[in-house]
Design a protein around this ligand. Structure first.
Ligand code: ZN
Length: 148
């Protein structure tokens, strides 16, 4: 199990990204929208771990509800596991309360599941399945385009 990322709820990426860029002394790596969770995510990578700033894209987003209740701040932390379905079964059997009893789809086509904060000292914990490394690197789209 490894620390994959920490998710921070923010009112606005437009305001929060420059603050974190200044704080971390570097530019944000990328942004993406995760439709399933109704969030826009700005990602700062640190080797195999990341900080994610999360902005709601809808008033029904879990991030919008979190902001309304608690204001901006740390929203969840994410641990990676080799086999998510197996881990969820084992946690369930040991009495840990699960929000997602089965893996669902997260950012970057990953498989994720959330545990109930009441089982983790009030902290929302997300589990993500480790991706298997591709045997070959994907071609660079720019390189491919320049060919023809
Ligand atoms: Zn996350």
């Amino acid at each position: 199990m490894k620390l994959d990322h920490v998710g921070i709820a923010v009112e606005s990426l437009g305001a929060a990204v420059p603050v974190f860029e200044k704080l971390l002394g570097r530019r944000v790596d990328f942004e993406e929208v995760v439709e399933d969770q109704k969030v826009r995510v700005a990602v700062f990578e640190f080797g195999r771990s990341r900080i994610e700033l999360l902005e709601a894209t809808s008033p029904t987003s879990p991030i919008a509800r979190f902001l309304a209740k608690r204001g901006p701040g740390m929203h969840h932390l994410t641990l990676s596991v080799p086999n998510l379905a197996e881990k969820l079964r084992a946690l369930d059997e040991s009495g840990v309360r699960l929000i997602d009893p089965k893996p669902r789809r997260g950012a970057g086509n990953s498989r994720i599941a959330f545990l109930d904060p009441t089982s983790a000292s009030g902290v929302l914990i997300e589990l993500v399945e480790e991706k298997r490394r591709r045997p070959q690197r994907r071609g660079n789209p720019k390189g491919r385009a320049s060919r023809g």
